[in-house]
Design a protein around this ligand. Sequence first.
Ligand SMILES: NC(=O)c1ccc[n+]([C@@H]2O[C@H](COP(=O)([O-])OP(=O)(O)OC[C@H]3O[C@@H](n4cnc5c(N)ncnc54)[C@H](OP(=O)(O)O)[C@@H]3O)[C@@H](O)[C@H]2O)c1
Length: 338
Amino acid sequence: MPPPRIFVTGATGYIGGTVLDSLVTRHPEYSITVLLRNVPERFAEQYPNVRIVHGDYDSADVIIDAVSKVDIVIHNGNSDREPSLNAIVEGLVGKEETSFLIHLSGTGVLSDWREAKYHGKLNPKIWSDIDDIDEIWSRPGGELHRNTEKILQAASKKHGDKLKIAVMCPPDIYGRGHGPGRRRSAYFPFFWKDIMTVGAPFYAEDGANTRSFVHIDDLMEIYLRVVEAAAAGGAGAGWGKEGYYFATTQEASQIDIATATAQVLRARGAIQQDKPLRLPKEQVAGFIPYSGLSIGTYLYMSNSRTRADRAHKLFEYHARQSTLWEVLETEIADALEY
Ligand SMILES: NC(=O)c1ccc[n+]([C@@H]2O[C@H](COP(=O)([O-])OP(=O)(O)OC[C@H]3O[C@@H](n4cnc5c(N)ncnc54)[C@H](OP(=O)(O)O)[C@@H]3O)[C@@H](O)[C@H]2O)c1
């Protein structure tokens, strides 16, 4: 079989960049093209065999043309943007041969952030990407990432014979990325910014709300296995409704994160106390306003608990990298520099 032709978007991002770097490292024989709107200075030197298509997520014609020439698309970056996803689907279904689309979503789609009774409290629900797939596929409109998951489900139902779709649904990610652009994740830079406004790490209610986490390089193992299956014609991975992948390797409650963060920050002399603060829910809800939504509620007060049953079953997936607690100091040091 000739090496697969792959198109990667979001390659300057934390996740997409690490996907690109992992693919190039593990499979130098793959033929890779990236969509870039800004080309990092050292890109050509770092990745001499990677082709560049210039454009952004609104460049529908550019995207359609580029994906019509490849076998596999790995779509990262802003998962919620519809025009780029529509263009990718249009370009892929216009081809004669079977194509593969690996799309980045996120467990925000399952968070209970809109259920006030769970804010700052433990929700016992842990989602399985096998047992709960019907419920996952019918999440209500308005949940994070749901708009693009709907597009993918419709495409899968209509074109599933020639368009094989996998949805990567990671939880919060930690660990340093290793792509050509952004190398830091989202949680701790956001947390540090809000910590600075109140003087210490914080939680609401009893802080028992719990989120799943994965190290970026554990997540990469799932990406690699799914891409390798696509390169082999699809066997060995699930697609469509059987192609939804959680990646969780551990969980952490907000109070445990806040307590551990307070100790690290105090030891660095960045804050005055080594205990976290209990804040009113309304104050936490005011953090990170975004398009009329409270991302503070989502990040610091909600539960988002998932189990990577599919990857475990198909790939014997398990944590190989350091735990969040083992890399917490580095994670926080990186966030402080951000
Ligand atoms: N990080 C996490 O913990 C996590 C966990 C689960 C899910 N997710 C989801 O994964 C997605 C990516 O996360 P990330 O942390 O990798 O983000 P990121 O580091 O901010 O990367 C975003 C990437 O998308 C590109 N991009 C954004 N808008 C674009 C546009 N209009 N045209 C072309 N390129 C565009 C950026 O390109 P430029 O460099 O040119 O800006 C960059 O390459 C997000 O939707 C997030 O919700 C993230």
